[in-house]
Design a protein around this ligand. Sequence first.
Ligand code: PHE
Length: 464
Amino acid sequence: MNETKSKDTKVFASKIGAILAAAGSAVGLGNVWRFPTETGANGGAAFILIYIFFMLILGVPVMLTELAIGRHGQKDVMTSFEKMSGGRKGWRLMGLIPVVAGLLVLSYYAVVAGWTMYYAYEAAINGFAGKDAGQYAQDFGAFSADPIASVLWMVVILVMTAEIVALGVQRGIERAARIMMPLLFIFIVVLVVCSLTLPGASKGLSFLFMPDFSKVTGGTVLSAMGQAFFSLSVGICCLCTYACYFRKDVNLVQNGFSVAIIDTMVALMSGLIIFPAVYSIPGLAPDAGPSLVFITLPNVFQTAFGSVPAVAYTFSLVFYLLLVMAALTSSISMLEMAAAFFVERFGWKRPVAARSVGAICVVLGTFCALSFGEWQEVTLFGMGFFDLFDFIVAKLMMPVGSFLMCVFVGYVVDERVLRNELTNGGVLRQPLYPVYRFIIRFVAPVLIFMIFANELGMFDFLKK
Ligand code: PHE
């Protein structure tokens, strides 16, 4: 049966392909950009410990839930929810989450992904060499505010993403993950080794690994939870979409833990690249905020390796290529979330669906890209388009979606169906299943409610 299944292009051909595709979705700008920035802003190692705690207690259980729902349906998210609920049609509406979230998240993510592509290009033509520190900030400001350049690079990312998705589940998504994920890993290891040779390495390491709990506030705890969500791509049925393509013999629990481990390792290793490099320049602090990757780092790489220009050149190029690959494997999963809907629900041909979703994102993404320049003044609910889209996805849809999924699986779904899915029909022993079930029914919904409340500002009094 597996033989015939593996020939079906709507199924990931191998178990490792399924892991790499899911890991590709999880590993993204969230790991290499957002994680170091959040760690820097929230006091280093203490934040990381709390983040790992939430990853285990919240991220992994919600991820397993998504995987079980998707794999049970084997078709698309709508079918999966209906089937898992024992045929209750209302739950099909959950299948609208990935379409809406996919379009919104990709539209703003592609803007930043476009920046990384432009920076890779700049690195390739040696455009960072010979500048003084102030110039990097000026250049980034000018580039992100330039309507033509920022939209153009975003379009490049969207075209690449759409064309990969158009190729299909095996030939597009799985193959891209099989090529890019190992390469990404090699790049990251090389950069970590180089960065650790810098004079600031020990300072960077102690920032990463020596927790200072005096810096922990209620806000730190809640930011760490939010980061765990975003980094694992959970809550908006992204992994649920991929799990529809998992073979019946995939061990979901093993898959989920592997993805979480890969994701956390990439995040930590990004820290091992960035913090030693930042600390190697006297007077620089890592809490540089979102500008860390596009202003501080190009400068740091040139200065830190300045004595050997070839090393500075290679280091910058490899770093930005790494970001591009991380962004691409995630953007592929975002586009697939929406494209799968049109393929399954409206019978569109895959290339048509992929390119149409890409085209919609070009339009929506242009609004987001322009919010850094021309349309800086245009706001809705007090936010520019970029911030608004991020708010809707990461701060509204992810927590609400996760909450609903926990309630669904914890209280609506027949427990035997869930257990069956996670144990592959009783073939696998899953000793942690009772713990998972307890978390999903009682712990996760409460924690998720807390994140949600935090995002809406209910815990603002905890932040100093
Ligand atoms: N997890 C991805 C990252 O770390 C972002 C993402 C969110 C991907 C939602 C898919 C869906 O960058």
